[in-house]
Design a protein around this ligand. Structure first.
Ligand code: OMP
Length: 215
């Protein structure tokens, strides 16, 4: 685990973004942990979050993209802060856009806002569990005639998608693009293991992974 990843997990814990307990997921799975990126809810935390996304992207070496896309709703500020951090910290000024969930029939109209959605697209979102949300985003990009180039998320929950592969492996296979995460569940588990106070959460996470995780 890289130092920025350890810092990111600590950051998420400190702001209640990463929590332990009982949660029902979008997929219906009952999870002992949840990552709520919406709790990065101040200027300072968003600024720091953007730097983590930007750092993970640069570290992956997959920054050869033409535009950053934030899927409504939660992806919108995430894509925005990533774009800001790439410009401020890495001297990379990329166009950015997002979608509306409801089409607008006046003013500029349509469902896309911001820069033109064209060329190689970096999708920035929060979490992938079963992969449903990210597949909807692929349809928007393909409908615009653009090309998905990579997906960036904060947490890879490393759960099975429709088959035996992880949801992320399925996305990588089906769309031929990399999925970059700031951290994965494995790293969260390593972090729990190393922390005397947090270790108590580990057994529930291990049991959950045995049920829904990849081999
Ligand atoms: P999938 O569509 O199953 O991949 O679920 C991804 C979406 O679930 C994310 O975009 C979130 O809206 C939500 N989610 C979280 O935000 N954090 C989690 O830890 C788990 C989920 C989830 O419901 O699976």
């Amino acid at each position: 685990m890289h130092e920025y990843q350890r810092e990111f997990i600590r950051f998420a814990l400190d702001h209640g973004v990463l929590r332990f307990g009982g949660f029902t997921l979008k997929s219906g799975r009952k999870s002992p942990y949840f990552f709520n990126a919406g709790l990065f809810n101040s200027g300072g935390t968003l600024s720091r979050l953007g730097r983590f996304y930007a750092q993970a992207l640069i570290h992956s070496g997959k920054q050869d993209v033409d535009v950053i896309f934030g899927p409504a709703y939660k992806g919108i500020p995430l894509a925005a802060v990533t774009a800001v951090a790439l410009a401020d910290s890495f001297d990379r000024d990329l166009p950015y856009c997002f979608n509306r969930k409801e089409a607008k029939d006046h003013g500029e109209g349509g469902t896309l806002v911001g820069a033109e959605l064209k060329g190689r697209v970096l999708i920035v979102d929060d979490v992938i569990t079963a992969g449903t949300a990210v597949r909807e985003v692929m349809q928007i990009i393909q409908a615009a005639g653009a090309t998905p180039a990579a997906v960036m998320i904060a947490l890879d929950r490393q759960e099975r998608g429709q088959g035996e592969l992880s949801a992320i492996q399925e996305v990588e296979r089906d769309f031929g693009i990399p999925v970059i995460s700031i951290v994965s569940l494995n790293q969260v588990m390593d972090f729990l293991q190393e922390d005397a106070e947090l270790q108590a959460h580990l057994p529930a996470v291990v049991a959950y992974r045995a049920q829904y995780g990849i081999q």
